[in-house]
Ligand binder design. Structure first.
Ligand code: NAD
Length: 255
């Protein structure tokens, strides 16, 4: 396909107001995509969209709670109308509600399931028809090294492991339409999310990052651009034979 220059393809990145999502939205814009920057409110998404436009790209800030079916439907329809048919979807929106199992409330459990799992399901279901029509699509779901189990994260690790199964099934169902689905599973990435975890355990973020880095083979924590780079590869046209994979981006081996 060669239309990239005249009509940029459209990518959707959820949870793109900050952190990994913001870096990914900016990277995909630099790769030539028009990017729908989705977050809980359009106001929150605006800053990322403005950065993309300032760098010469095309972007639309969209407010939607990915766990709400009506809002997801409206957001995807608006993106298709105002930006064009989406052929890339990065399900990145996420929240933490960490607690040891005996203290974890049902609402802590449900919130995490709803944002990560139901959110990825609703966004993917609403977007896939545009990819099927285009005969081309790239879906990337954000899993986590916590999918392998992590103290205080029964809800989050279950959701992130669930996303790996979801990804593999998407790859099987949608492959014949030219659509790939992969999961990126980051290790420790310095964002507001990990800063909040540091605060929860009563540590300065800098000390928390230094302590984490000593446990990572490359001896540093990750930055959002590390994940954006991997997603850039998985969403590229040349990655059409990579599907149903989970790629750990954690500065060392995990499987
Ligand atoms: P972050 O907290 O900095 O950003 C998450 C974004 O998602 C926020 O802008 C938030 O408003 C948005 N969001 C939350 N709920 C939403 C909803 N219902 N609808 C729409 N948007 C919503 O987090 P981050 O560190 O950038 O993480 C991004 C993704 O990567 C998440 O899925 C997270 O679980 C995953 N991840 C992060 C790390 C890490 O170390 N930071 C590691 C592994 C996986």
């Amino acid at each position: 396909m060669t239309e990239q220059n005249s009509t940029p393809r459209v990518a959707i990145v959820t949870g793109a107001a900050r952190g990994i999502g913001a870096a990914t939205a900016q990277r995909l814009a630099a790769d030539g995509y028009a990017v729908a920057v989705v977050d809980l409110t359009a106001e929150a998404a605006q800053e990322t969209a403005e950065k993309i436009v300032a760098a010469g790209g095309r972007a639309l800030a969209v407010g939607a709670d990915v766990s709400d079916e009506t809002q997801v439907q409206a957001a995807v329809e608006r993106i298709a109308t105002e930006l064009g048919a989406p052929v890339v979807l990065v399900n990145n929106a996420g929240v933490l509600r960490d607690n040891l199992l005996f203290k974890m409330s049902q609402s802590d459990w449900d919130t995490v399931m709803n944002v990560h799992l139901r959110g990825a399901f609703l966004m993917t279901r609403a977007t896939q028809k545009y990819m099927v029509d285009a005969g081309f699509g790239r879906i990337v779901n954000l899993s986590s090294s916590s999918a392998q189990g992590n103290r205080g994260q029964a809800n989050y690790s279950a959701a992130k492991a669930g996303l790996q199964g979801f990804t593999k099934t998407l790859a099987i169902e949608l492959g014949k339409f030219g659509i790939t689905a992969n999961a990126v599973a980051p290790g420790f990435i310095a964002t507001d999310m990990t800063a909040a975890t540091a605060a929860r355990v009563g540590m300065e973020f800098e000390d928390f990052k230094k302590a984490a880095a000593t446990q990572i083979p490359v001896q540093r924590v990750g930055v959002p651009e590390d994940i954006a780079h991997t997603i850039s590869f998985l969403t590229s046209e040349g990655a059409g034979f990579v599907s149903g994979q989970v790629i750990y981006v954690a500065g060392g081996p995990l499987d």
